[in-house]
Ligand binder design. Structure first.
Ligand code: CAA
Length: 286
């Protein structure tokens, strides 16, 4: 299974990051979003980041221009007919993903792999919305995609060995290291990461320490690049809450119950860095 033409569905932070690394790695990348203008906005953002890499001497101007020449905004997923693999990176909404995978199954050629960047929705359920469950797989990139080395590969119950091998080979071509996870709630990364973030929220809720102390303690005491509450703000508190709900409901164990303070922040619209406020306040920095 050789992958040369890739479709990326969703040109937000994750989709744009995936398109960025794929274009730099030499693949032809078609980017779709709700409309062509949004897809183009995602590519414009990639162009800016590539120019920063040129300024830092990480990329030559010719390499930047070649990567940009391989990125194409398209009108809709109907334009993915010649793609060898499509990665879906729309928001974490199950009904939307199921609808889009049904449409991708109709639009894509036979044999094309359909991958989802979901962080928590079962791959097996997404695959069942298509007529090609053996070709459906999880390809979970980490944020920020150009910086983070990992891709978590998730096999649905019907995912074939060939699909898994092609996905791992693609991730390696993008310069990433892979781990393979079974299709259980949270897979590996969020099964471990989110309870840590949730516990940090409990530590704040119970007054064990201030947000600053919890983050500084974990950052300097356990060598993490950012403390757990800062990381939660970076990921988005709505996303963190949604993943905790998936763990709680999917595993049925009360140890995964979301912290009431996390829920209250989401109710308040304090969603983290993107909202200017979460566990920390970013409004002055803007
Ligand atoms: N896109 C591209 N490059 C970026 C970037 C972005 N969005 N953000 C930062 N960078 C680059 C910077 O340009 C810089 O590059 P150079 O070293 O070449 O100058 C480098 O990353 C370091 O950036 P900074 O100096 O600005 O800041 P930093 O040293 O604090 O690093 C960070 C920023 C990489 C985000 C770091 O804090 C970090 O690794 N944080 C943890 C990130 C993490 O855990 N991500 C996973 C979240 S979980 C997830 O994604 C899965 C899920 O399902 C929830």
């Amino acid at each position: 299974m050789s992958i040369e033409i890739m479709g990326v569905l969703g040109a937000g932070q994750m989709g744009a990051g995936i398109a960025h690394v794929a274009a730099v790695a030499g693949l032809t990348v078609k980017v779709a979003d709700a409309d062509r203008a949004r897809a183009q906005a995602g590519i414009d953002g990639i162009a800016k980041r590539l120019s920063k890499d040129v300024a830092k001497g990480k990329l030559s101007e010719a390499e930047r221009d070649a990567a940009l020449g391989r990125l194409h905004a398209v009108d809709s997923l109907a334009d993915f007919g010649d793609a060898d693999l499509v990665v879906e990176a729309v928001s974490e909404n199950e009904a939307l993903k199921l609808k889009l995978f049904k449409a991708l199954d109709e639009a894509c050629k036979p044999g094309a792999v359909l991958a989802s960047n979901t962080s928590s929705i079962p791959i097996t359920r997404i695959a069942a919305a298509t007529g090609r469950p053996e070709l459906v797989i999880g390809m979970h990139f980490m944020n920020p995609v150009p910086v983070m080395k990992l891709v978590e590969v998730i096999r649905g119950i019907a995912t074939s060995d060939d699909t898994t091998a092609a996905t791992v080979a693609l991730a390696e071509r993008l310069g990433k290291v892979t781990v393979t996870a079974r299709d259980m709630p949270g897979f590996i990364i969020n099964r471990v990461l989110m309870p840590m973030i949730n516990e940090a929220a409990y530590a704040l809720y119970e007054g064990i320490g201030t947000a600053q102390d919890i983050d500084t303690g974990m950052k300097l005491g356990t060598n993490q690049p950012m403390g757990p509450l800062t990381l939660a703000d970076f990921i988005g508190l709505d996303t963190c809450l949604a993943i905790m709900e998936v763990l709680h409901q999917g595993l049925g164990d009360s140890k995964y119950r979301p912290c009431p303070l996390l829920r209250q922040y989401v109710d308040a619209g304090w969603l983290g860095r993107k909202a200017g406020r979460g566990f920390h306040d970013y409004r002055e920095a803007r």
